[in-house]
Design a protein around this ligand. Structure first.
Ligand SMILES: NC(=O)c1ccc[n+]([C@@H]2O[C@H](COP(=O)([O-])OP(=O)(O)OC[C@H]3O[C@@H](n4cnc5c(N)ncnc54)[C@H](OP(=O)(O)O)[C@@H]3O)[C@@H](O)[C@H]2O)c1
Length: 428
């Protein structure tokens, strides 16, 4: 698998080398004549060379960009004037370049509204209906604001109708969009409320093109849902699972061959901290850990998207999961103290990658409407593109996904278990 690629523009010849790093080793080739391969070095060779030169412990399989001239030297092509170019934008990483060197909230990384503009979707989705959960705060509000610009009909789920009305008024003040916005009262920590919200929606809408499962509780103190589930797993996963299942018939009938339906599930980098604990989902045996409970719920979010893809892609319904980025301008950390946050990462590092809330909604909006994703799913997205596996030296809060994020056996186990947990008959 290709891990990393560097172009050297200011190389003192016309060769313009490109260095491609694969799991097995490095290949140096010429951008101008791709058939010219200057050499191949295996990982142990390159690693040994770096240790020799820099007295550094290598972090195979990735080598920081600033070591690239040393790698060139290892190929016998030393260039002190080598310039490392940032990653190139591609259809599945359309904003790779602007994510290469973040400089804080509001920097060059796109906002959710920028995605709508770049996709040329202002006023273009008037026939579509989109449901977004958790629209009274943070990323949900900015997701709704951007999607309102498309002209789609939006249903925003809220726990507090007065708060929801204030959000709608605020969006209408700021948006040029003309789509309808309606509120749906739903508490995901109560399955009766989820059922009522689904029934309410079905009586008010005869179609559903996109469901964005955005609402979430983060690292909260130990507590139970109305139905007795651990609060984070119950709210973030089981509540959304039931809501999806009840809306599924509409998602399927709204899908057309030109425009498939989508379910976008907002997960988090925190899924990398732990997987689903099938032998102790409620932490009854091991004792509660708020970050492991969050990690479990956010892994479950990924599994739900992957399972939706596997079960329904052939019927025109796709599942995508994502990490929105580190977005500290929301209420997500309302339960966390500085001490709690320090348990998972150094705040100064987390801040380096921080996004504004509109930037934090960009990946959700891209997942919901991007033309590049038409008819596709089963992907974990981050930084407005398809994510890569997490690397050992990635910062806390980074865009990579954990090895356990794609595990068909575990995904199916959770899928079946979830049917039972929410009291639904299993159906394929
Ligand atoms: N912010 C980040 O850095 C970050 C990073 C990774 C992932 N995420 C994920 O992004 C999503 C949005 O988070 P955010 O940062 O925007 O947080 P937020 O500001 O706390 O917003 C969370 C939303 O979820 C709603 N919600 C909470 N419990 C609910 C329940 N029981 N039933 C229905 N809705 C409920 C909240 O409603 P109320 O207003 O009524 O509380 C609010 O509208 C979450 O899934 C979170 O896990 C966030």
């Amino acid at each position: 698998m290709l891990r990393w690629c560097v172009n050297f523009l200011a190389f003192p010849s016309k060769l313009t080398p490109i260095l491609r790093l694969y799991d097995h080793g490095l290949i140096l080739e010429s951008a101008n004549s791709p058939s010219r391969n200057f050499g191949y070095r295996t990982m142990p060779e390159i690693s040994a060379y770096i240790v020799l030169k820099m007295d550094l412990l290598p972090h195979v399989p990735s080598i920081p960009h600033d070591q690239s001239s040393i790698i060139l030297e290892a190929f016998g092509l030393l260039s002190t004037t080598a310039v490392v170019l940032p990653p190139q934008d591609t259809p599945m990483h359309p904003y790779a370049n602007s994510h290469a060197n973040p400089s804080g909230p509001g920097d060059a990384r796109p906002s959710a509204l920028q995605i709508i503009s770049d996709q040329k979707l202002e006023g273009a989705l008037q026939e579509k209906t989109i449901v977004i959960t958790g629209c009274t705060s943070g990323i949900g509000i900015e997701t709704a604001r951007a999607l309102h610009a498309t002209g789609a009909t939006l249903f925003l789920t809220v726990r507090d109708v007065a708060k929801g009305r204030a959000v709608v008024a605020d969006i209408l003040r700021s948006s040029k969009g003309s789509g309808r916005m309606e509120l749906l009262l739903m508490d995901l920590s109560n399955l009766a409320s989820v059922r009522a919200a689904a029934t309410d929606f079905i009586t008010r809408s005869d179609r559903l093109d996109v469901l964005i499962a955005n609402a979430g509780v983060v690292s909260c103190p130990e507590s139970k849902t109305a139905d007795g589930f651990e609060l984070q797993m119950g709210t973030n996963h089981f509540g959304h699972f039931l809501f999806f299942q009840l809306l599924k018939p509409l998602l399927l009938t709204s899908s057309t061959s030109e425009s498939h339906s989508r379910v976008v599930v907002v997960s988090s980098w925190s899924h990398t901290l732990g997987s689903v604990r099938f032998d102790d989902i409620d932490f009854a045996r091991s004792g509660y850990d708020k970050w492991l409970a969050y990690a479990q719920a956010k892994t479950a979010n990924i599994y739900m998207a992957n399972s939706i893809e596997r079960h329904y892609r052939h019927r025109g319904l796709h599942g995508l999961s994502l990490h929105p980025g580190n977005v500290f301008g929301t209420e997500a950390l309302r339960h966390a103290t500085q001490e709690n946050i320090a348990q998972v990462g150094d705040m100064s590092v987390l801040r380096k990658w921080e996004k504004s809330v509109p930037q934090g909604a960009a990946t959700s909006v891209w997942a919901a409407v991007a033309k590049e994703l038409e008819g596709r799913g089963g992907m974990y997205l981050a930084d407005v593109g398809e994510a890569e596996p997490v690397r050992q030296e990635d910062p806390v809060g980074g865009p990579g996904y954990a090895p356990h994020a794609f595990n068909e056996q575990a995904e199916e186990r959770l899928w079946r278990l979830s049917y039972e947990a929410v009291g639904l008959e299993y159906e394929d």
